[in-house]
Design a protein around this ligand. Structure first.
Ligand code: ATP
Ligand code: FE
Length: 333
C-alpha cells in the first residue's frame, strides 16, 4: 500500500509518503509570515498553504521515489483547525484522489497527534495514557485502540502551548514564544517566582489564571523597576515553565493512578519542552511507568502522523467520500 498524506490544519503545510507501513518521506513547510503579527493570521495561513502545498507534495513524492500514479490512497486532515487552512488541503486531496481514482481518507488531527507514536519504534501497546499538549489543545486521553479513545480531562480555557506562547509574549519574546521560553528557562531558578497552578478537580486544566497572574505580577514589578524583566528573564521563564509542567504532571499522575495505566505517552508540540520531558522522566522512574515521546518532527504538525492514522483507518475500512468537508471543530471522540 502506497499512501500520500496531507496536513494543513494550522500554519504548517505537510506531505508524507508511506509504502507498506514504512514512512518514506515527511516534508513540512512552516509559515514565517505570521511572526510579525505575534500569532497565526488565518487568511494569510490559507494563502501560504496554497503556495506551499504543490511544492511540498512534489518534494515528498520525489524524496520517496514515488510517482503519483503509484499511489493507492490519499489521506488528509479533516479537522480540527482553521477552516480556510483545512479547505486548501481537503480540496487538493479530494481532487487528487478523484483524478487517480483512488480512495480518500479523512483524518482527525488530534487522533493523528496521538497515533504519531506508531510511526516508529518504540511503540506503546494498547491501552495507554496519552497527554496531548499542543498549540490548541491539552487533553488527557485513554487510548484503547486507534479508533477507541476517551478524553479523561482537558483544558477549560487556554491550551498548554498557548500558556507558553502568551506568557512568553508578556516577557517580550517573539512568537512563537514556547521554544524560546524553554531555552531561557534552562539557566533560571524555577522556584524563584511562585505562580498559581492550573490543575482543577478531576482531570481538567486551566491556564488562563497563570497568564493573568504573570501579567499583574510584571505590571507591579516593572512599575518599581522598569528593567525587572530584563534583569530576571531566566528566572521568570524557569518559574513559568515549572508551573505549567507541574500542572500537567499533577493531572497526569492522577489519571495514571485512577486508570491503573503504566504506559504514559506525550503528544503535540509542547512535548518538545525540556522541563516537561525531564519532569516526566523523573516521575516515570519514581512510579515505574514506561514513557513514550515521539521524535520532535512527529510532535509538531506534520503529515507523517496523518498518514499513520490513515493506515489504521485503511485497515478498518474507514474511507471518506468526495462529499466530505473539513470540520474546524471536529472532536476527538
Ligand atoms: P493543535 O494541534 O492543537 O491544533 P498545533 O498543532 O498548532 O495545535 P503544535 O504544532 O503541536 O500545535 O505545537 C505548537 C505549540 O508547541 C506552540 O504553542 C509552541 O510554542 C509549543 N512549543 C513548541 N516547542 C516548545 C518548547 N520547547 N517548550 C514549550 N512549548 C513549545
Ligand atoms: Fe497540531
Amino acid at each position: 500500500l502506497t499512501l500520500l498524506a496531507i496536513e494543513s490544519s494550522c500554519d504548517d503545510t505537510g506531505a508524507a509518503v508511506f509504502r507498506n507501513g514504512q514512512l518514506l518521506s515527511n516534508v513540512v513547510a512552516g509559515q514565517a509570515v505570521h511572526e510579525q503579527y505575534g500569532g497565526v493570521v488565518p487568511e494569510l495561513a490559507s494563502r501560504a498553504h496554497q503556495q506551499h502545498l504543490l511544492p511540498v507534495v512534489t518534494a515528498a513524492l520525489r524524496q520517496a521515489g514515488i510517482s503519483k500514479n503509484e499511489l493507492d490512497a490519499v489521506a488528509v486532515t479533516q479537522g480540527p483547525g482553521l477552516l480556510g487552512s483545512l479547505l486548501v488541503g481537503n480540496l487538493f486531496a479530494k481532487t487528487l484522489a478523484l483524478a487517480l481514482g483512488k480512495p480518500l481518507l479523512a483524518v482527525n488531527h488530534m487522533r493523528a497527534h496521538i497515533l504519531a507514536h506508531f510511526i516508529r519504534a518504540p511503540r506503546p501497546a494498547f491501552p495507554f495514557l496519552c497527554l496531548t499538549v499542543s498549540g490548541g489543545h491539552t487533553q488527557l486521553v485513554v487510548v484503547r485502540s486507534p479508533a477507541d479513545m476517551e478524553i479523561l480531562g482537558q483544558t477549560i480555557d487556554d491550551a498548554a502551548g498557548e500558556a507558553f506562547d502568551k506568557t512568553a509574549k508578556l516577557l517580550g519574546l517573539p512568537y512563537p514564544g514556547g521554544p524560546r521560553l524553554d531555552k531561557l528557562a534552562q539557566t533560571g531558578n524555577p522556584l524563584r517566582f511562585p505562580f498559581p497552578e492550573g490543575a482543577l478537580e478531576g482531570y481538567n486544566f486551566s491556564f488562563s489564571g497563570l497568564k493573568t497572574s504573570v501579567l499583574y505580577f510584571l505590571k507591579k514589578q516593572t512599575a518599581a523597576n522598569p528593567a525587572f524583566v530584563q534583569e530576571n528573564l531566566a528566572d521568570l521563564c524557569a518559574s513559568i515553565q515549572h508551573t505549567i509542567v507541574q500542572t500537567l504532571l499533577r493531572q497526569l499522575k492522577r489519571a495514571a493512578y485512577a486508570t491503573g495505566l503504566r504506559q504514559v505517552a506525550l503528544a503535540g508540540g509542547v512535548a518538545a519542552n525540556s522541563g516537561l520531558r525531564q519532569g516526566l522522566q523523573a516521575l516515570a522512574e519514581a512510579e515505574g511507568w514506561e514513557v513514550f515521546i515521539p521524535d520532535f518532527e512527529f510532535c509538531t504538525d506534520n503529515a507523517a502522523m496523518v498518514g499513520q492514522a490513515a493506515l489504521f483507518q485503511y485497515e478498518a475500512g474507514d474511507f471518506a467520500s468526495q462529499l466530505t468537508s473539513p470540520d474546524p471543530r471536529l472532536k476527538l471522540t
